[in-house]
Design a protein around this ligand. Structure first.
Ligand SMILES: C[S@@+](CC[C@H](N)C(=O)[O-])C[C@H]1O[C@@H](n2cnc3c(N)ncnc32)[C@H](O)[C@@H]1O
Length: 482
């Protein structure tokens, strides 16, 4: 199995805030082209203006660092798994307090379970759904209640882990890229430790150890998650192109001689950290969240409770693929055992990227969206499937919001953390489009909080300069009044 070359070449300049995945526009010095470009910008502005009519916006820069949470690695419990796409517990708590939520809370894209952690902290019943089995495992383990007997069992298993010695046996793996992505001794150690963890009888303890194991996989590998995908750490971008450092040289420089002990100590330290958060009783409450591995578009099939507050961040309409970014953990953790399984898994996601399309039909039509899609420069789109991704995205959003409307109690709220994106010099303003869809369904749009502005790929930057106000990440707050 090969990683698509485009993931290595993702725009390093814009990595942190990039919202688009490919270069699309060639600039021309000809005036005619500039006029065409101005027309394209004016056409976009006219769509944006009609979408934002009657909507109240607030600048909420105090949420800037909360929507894209940089401090997760310092936050008790949230630091258990390096989930880069989460928001902060404080953000959800601010909404729970401000809206005086006392009823049931739901996150249809629960990821690492942040909404649930915040709800649990306030002793509220919550539900979380995610299609990625790693996310649901992490959210389950982070939201578990651990009593004194569990702490004793974790300590006992830690002692056993500490006493493990290196096996002479070779462990096999079906993930063919693993040989490139890991030092051989490190790979053998993580496979040996996984086998040991899977033999722990107490499932609560096994799951906790397994999340710790999953959380160190990237750290002990030769790859890192960056931008829209996975990159080799021994491949550096320089002014004159990419510099490849030989695998062995890189590994010798970055890993100690005793690689078995190196990995085992990392795992041990991680579980110790979990234990200290558990002992500090962080966020423990009577209301244990319910976390389910499912497609959120069918959430009404699994629970019928009326909801007072739904708070979530869907995948953005920017072709980011949550399965691709976690693919090493998915394969190594045996959530996926062959390419066909992986392909099928990718098709279960919200339609926000090309791998999720799988011929699903489009039932919802939105004229504003069609006006924007008509402005795409099709010759310069990096995939001809992008119009289907964009249409599919808002079709899925429409389905979800319709179901949420039915299941939200009167006076209840829905908060959506969402980022806008851009393709071939055309902005897809997901915040105001989502607000408009919600209005059509019957929600009142209480407010759109603009939390921060984003940058796009350097190729699109110049063309989008006059529209840069719309390159942003917002929180759309909806209310069901009647
Ligand atoms: C932005 S992340 C959510 C992060 C979460 N708010 C947190 O703080 O950890 C979006 C999540 O949506 C999940 N997802 C994508 N398609 C889905 C679907 N159809 N149903 C449920 N979850 C889905 C992805 O697996 C990913 O975990």
């Amino acid at each position: 199995m090969e990683i698509d070359e485009k993931y290595y070449n993702y725009h390093v300049d814009d990595l942190e805030y990039a919202i688009v995945s490919e270069p699309t526009v060639q600039y021309s010095l000809f005036e005619e082209d500039n006029l065409l470009q101005q027309d394209k910008q004016l056409n976009q502005l006219s769509v944006f203006r009609s979408l934002e009519k009657d909507i109240t916006f607030s600048l909420a820069h105090s949420f800037e660092n909360q929507v894209h949470f940089q401090q997760a690695h310092l936050t008790p419990v949230q630091r258990w798994f390096p989930y880069r796409e989460g928001y902060s517990i404080r953000l959800v708590t601010a909404f729970l307090n401000e809206l005086k939520i006392t009823g049931k809370v739901f996150d249809p894209f629960s990821g690492s379970g942040t909404t649930l952690l915040a709800a649990r902290h306030k002793n509220l019943q919550s539900f979380g759904i995610d299609v990625n089995p790693i996310s649901t495992l992490v959210a389950t383990v982070e939201n578990e209640r651990y009593n004194q007997a569990d702490i004793k069992a974790i300590n006992a298993e830690l002692k056993i882990l500490n006493a493990i010695i290196k096996s002479d046996k070779r462990f096999e793996i079906s993930f063919d890229l693993a040989v490139k992505m890991f030092n051989d001794e490190i790979l053998q150690t993580i496979l040996q430790l996984k086998k040991h963890i899977k033999s722990i009888e107490n499932i609560k303890v096994q799951n906790l150890f397994f999340v710790a194991w999953l959380s160190i996989v990237e750290e002990v590998s030769n790859i890192k998650k960056e931008g829209n995908g996975i990159k080799y750490k021994n491949r550096k971008r320089t002014h004159s192109g990419y510099l490849n450092i030989a695998k062995d040289d890189w590994e010798n420089k970055h890993f100690p001689a005793d690689k078995f002990l190196f990995v085992k100590n990392k795992l041990f330290a991680k579980i110790k950290l979990f234990l200290s958060d558990i002992k500090n009783d962080y966020g423990n409450s009577d209301k244990k969240p319910i976390v389910i591995h499912y497609d959120c578009l069918n959430f009404d099939e699994i629970f019928a409770d009326k909801l007072q507050f739904t708070f979530f961040s869907p995948p953005y309409c920017n072709c980011f693929d949550y399965f691709e970014i976690h693919k090493v953990e998915l394969w190594l953790g045996d959530f996926v055992n062959n390419k066909e399984d992986f392909k099928k898994m990718r098709e279960t996601g919200f339609r926000s990227n090309i791998s999720s399309l799988n011929g699903k039909s489009i039932n919802y039509k939105n004229c504003h969206l069609e006006n924007l899609i008509a402005l795409f420069d099709r010759d310069n789109l990096w995939s001809n499937k992008i119009p289907s991704v964009v249409r599919g995205y808002f079709d899925d959003m429409h389905t979800l919001l319709k179901k949420l409307y039915l299941q939200t109690q009167r006076g209840g709220y829905v908060g959506i953390v969402i980022g806008n994106s851009a393709y071939s010099g055309v902005i897809i303003p997901s915040d105001i489009l989502t607000a408009q869809i919600a209005k059509e369904i019957g929600f009142k749009v209480e407010n759109i909080f603009i939390t921060r502005h984003l940058t796009t790929s350097s190729q699109q930057k110049k063309e989008l300069e006059p529209l840069k106000e719309y390159l942003r990440e917002s929180i759309v707050l909806l209310k069901k009044e009647n």
